[in-house]
Design a protein around this ligand. Structure first.
Ligand code: NAD
Length: 265
């Protein structure tokens, strides 16, 4: 199966390139960067080291996507929007790991997924996918618990709370029959007053090179359950993305997430 990688010079792009190189059943079809990127025109090995790959880094997204089976995209919403439109036009599947989409983006992806198939997940790790599943159960059973979501990421991250933290919040809210937008609390400073029952609070830490840590508190007066996940390196996301790519190969048109990929529905 031929994989194209967008955002190839980014942290996740390079992790995905390395994972494709190491995978016996996958072939690199192309590596896409922004116009003007230093790597443009060079062999993709310039981004990951090792032997030459025979694939030149390119800024021509449409041309590269046309020769792949599945696109793996970890970039920014502005770029992912464009790549998703190309994939739908060409009937190519895509694994989209970019975070920071708004509700209009999600609606558009849903529409485009009638023409092709996408896996969209703010966190591609198997551990986080399981944590989401467990949280759904815990939030329903501990229906009175105060839910607080704490996330820590490296200093380069540009969106907050993380896409994963928001997804954890959505799953917890949905498990209680609520919409996250009705119960989320993103800011606390000054005279906040006591905690409002039923809300879901978020706290964000940005520091150093932390790859990604998420901790959900479900606190009752006499006990507290915590669901926590720590990513030690970016390989977990890259390997999850390639698992999603293999799932898409035989999937019907539609919009999927990692719960579908792992058969947790
Ligand atoms: P990064 O800044 O290292 O890389 C981003 C890449 O996107 C760069 O190569 C950049 O050139 C490219 N890019 C940015 N804007 C572009 C544009 N307009 N057109 C074309 N290319 C553009 O970031 P990163 O740490 O690799 O993260 C990338 C995305 O993946 C972020 O949204 C991050 O939150 C998300 N992420 C998701 C997961 C997951 O499991 N789903 C895991 C880690 C990171």
């Amino acid at each position: 199966m031929k994989i194209a990688v967008t955002g190839a010079s980014g942290r996740m792009g390079r992790a995905v390139l390395a994972a494709v190189q190491a995978h016996p059943a996958l072939e690199l079809a192309g590596a896409v960067v922004r116009p003007g990127d230093r790597a443009c025109g060079q062999d993709a090995a310039v981004l990951v080291g090792g032997e030459p790959t025979g694939v030149s880094v390119s800024a021509q997204a449409e041309e590269v996507i046309a020769r792949c089976d599945i696109l793996v995209d970890f970039t920014r919403p502005a770029a992912s929007r464009e790549y998703a439109e190309i994939c739908a036009r060409l009937g190519k599947g895509a694994v989209i790991g970019t975070t920071g989409f708004d509700s209009r983006d999600h609606a558009r992806l849903q529409t485009l997924a009638r023409q092709t198939r996408f896996v969209v997940a703010a966190n591609m790790s198997v551990g986080v996918t399981l944590a989401l599943h467990l949280l759904g159960i815990a939030a329903r059973v501990l229906s009175d618990a105060d839910i607080e979501i704490l996330e820590t990421h490296h200093r380069h991250k540009v969106d907050a709370p993380s896409g994963t933290a928001l997804r954890l919040g959505e799953v917890a809210a949905q498990a209680r029959g609520q919409a996250l937008s009705d119960v989320a609390v993103y800011d606390r400073a000054g005279q906040t007053g006591p905690r409002v029952a039923g809300t879901i609070g978020f706290a964000t830490i940005r520091a150093g090179e932390v790859v990604g840590e998420h901790r959900v508190y479900l606190a009752l007066p006499s006990e507290r359950l915590e669901i926590a996940h720590v990513a030690d390196n970016r390989q977990v996301f890259a390997e999850g993305a390639l698992r999603a790519a293999q799932f898409l190969r035989s999937a019907a048109p539609g919009l999927y997430d990692m719960q579908d990929v792992l058969g947790l529905r």
